[in-house]
Write a protein that binds this ligand. Structure first.
Ligand code: ACO
Length: 431
């Protein structure tokens, strides 16, 4: 902990030198404020639109090395967790820092299972949405609406209250997601079956028709569980940062999670898997791939499911997903879009443009193909992502609430607008 490394800065304007401590590979941006050209100068700011080089917190949850394609939750490689730890155990790991023991795992699963039902009024306002409402829009709204059912959630620093809301949010996500889907399909809502696993129950609420009891296909149940694990956290991405930023105002976690889900909805984030399927449909066949790649290289469009702010190597989740795809296709039959995707990947990875820009498939490139083979409509893809990501949002939010350095998030700006001017037309030269 700590280091004696110091950054020496000399201001060419004043000739003054400063020593800025470097700790854990970073300087504190606030240390730059002492660098002034005059006494009434505000001090030097760092300018970092889109936070390309700014650490916004200290976190002990998820580690990513984007150059090497490494992803670890609480130190465990994603390759070991996926398939060996259930999604609920991974949620526990993210939240508590350790994997649960056998009894803890059973107790945690039991606790989650007993909070899967939602208030009957939730159904009423889902009914109010238009028949073609996007399920992600319904999900975002219903997550926010849960705050009205649990006003005690405002006590964000009360550990016991925090735990209650964490359990509710993880438990109710599949129910809200499935209800949003059933509404869009004009189907009656299917209630949770507490005899099933977390993921098995989600499939039940999605699929159950007139049969007395729905039995999920174990291969698909396991595959979806692995997909949830792969999506469970990804450190300070757009939606997680949103969760932390909104949470820093000390609003209840339902409101913060709704904001995070809204951020996830965007096509550059969790909406990308939806865009990948649309893109593959547009390409249509393997023969059309080279022409499409040329359009991407001309800058006419982006190859959806490719590229990542952090990974400049193969996204490790994409590697695991490709294996899951094989298992799923054995049950569902091969998705014809897979051939188009494989050809896109083959050509792109050998192409100079993609090599130069370090563009590799990300988690969204193959997840949509699996979801589609499993029978999920494209609009449900970001919803599935949100179910998986909820434990990560909550773990990061929880960490933020106990961080002694956390204050309300409030970036600075570089004002580039008009100087002082008056309605009578007079103006002052901008300072
Ligand atoms: N297709 C073609 N070119 C691309 C792509 C792509 N998918 N992604 C980036 N580039 C190019 C850009 O045109 C730019 O080129 P230039 O330097 O010649 O102008 C360069 O690579 C850098 O791109 P940026 O947009 O600056 O990179 P950034 O880190 O901001 O963007 C992002 C990352 C948003 C993921 C981007 O790669 C993208 O739009 N990908 C497609 C959408 C996608 O798959 N999103 C899912 C991300 S994963 C997730 O959220 C789970």
């Amino acid at each position: 902990m700590g280091t004696t490394r110091v950054l020496q800065i000399t201001d060419s304007q004043t000739g003054l030198s400063y020593e800025i401590p470097v700790v854990d590979g970073a300087i504190r941006a606030i240390d730059l404020r002492q660098i002034k050209v005059s006494d009434d100068d505000f001090g030097l700011l760092s300018y970092d639109p889109a936070f390309l080089n700014t650490a916004s917190c200290r976190s002990a949850i998820t580690y990513i090395d984007g150059d090497q394609g490494i992803l670890r939750y609480r130190g465990y490689p994603i390759e070991e967790l996926a398939g060996q730890a259930s999604f609920l155990d991974v949620a526990y790991l993210l939240l508590h820092g350790e994997l649960p023991g056998k009894d803890e795992s059973a107790g945690w699963a039991d606790e989650i299972t007993h909070h899967t039902f939602v208030h009957e009024n939730v159904k009423k306002f889902i009914d109010g949405f238009h028949h073609d409402a996007h399920p992600m829009g319904i999900l975002v709204s219903t997550i926010a609406a849960l705050s009205t059912f649990y006003p005690e959630a405002k006590a964000v620093s009360d550990q016991a209250r925090q735990h209650e809301q964490i359990v509710r949010l993880i438990a109710k996500m599949p129910t809200l997601a499935a209800f949003a889907y059933r509404h869009a399909m004009g189907l009656p809502y299917a209630y949770p079956d507490n005899e099933l696993s977390y993921t098995g129950n989600f499939l039940n609420m999605m699929r159950k028709m007139s049969e007395p009891r729905y039995a999920p296909n174990p291969v698909l149940e396991q595959a979806l569980d692995v997909l949830f694990v792969l999506h469970a956290d990804h450190e300070q991405n757009c939606s997680t940062s949103t969760m932390r930023v909104v949470g820093s105002s000390q609003v209840d976690p339902y409101s913060a999670a709704a904001a995070a889900a809204a951020a996830l909805f965007g096509p550059l984030h969790g909406g990308a898997n939806e865009q990948v399927l649309r893109m593959l449909g547009e390409i249509g066949s393997v023969g059309n791939v080279p022409a499409y790649i040329e359009r991407v290289k001309r800058g006419e469009l982006r190859l959806m499911g490719f590229g990542h702010r952090v990974y400049k190597n193969y996204d490790p989740r994409a590697t695991i997903i490709k294996k899951v795809a094989d298992q799923v296709f054995e049950v569902t039959g091969r998705n014809p879009m897979l051939d188009v995707a494989l050809e896109l990947e083959r050509i792109a990875l050998a192409d100079d443009y993609f090599i130069r820009h370090k563009l590799y498939p990300n988690v969204d490139f193959y997840s949509g193909i699996i979801y589609q083979a499993m029978g999920f409509p494209v609009a449900m893809f970001p919803v599935l992502f949100a179910i998986g990501r909820m434990p990560g949002w909550l773990a990061q939010w929880q960490e933020g609430t106990t961080d002694p350095e956390q204050k309300i998030s409030r970036p600075r700006q570089l004002y580039v607008g008009q100087g002082l001017r008056h309605l009578d037309g007079t103006a002052q030269v901008r300072r």
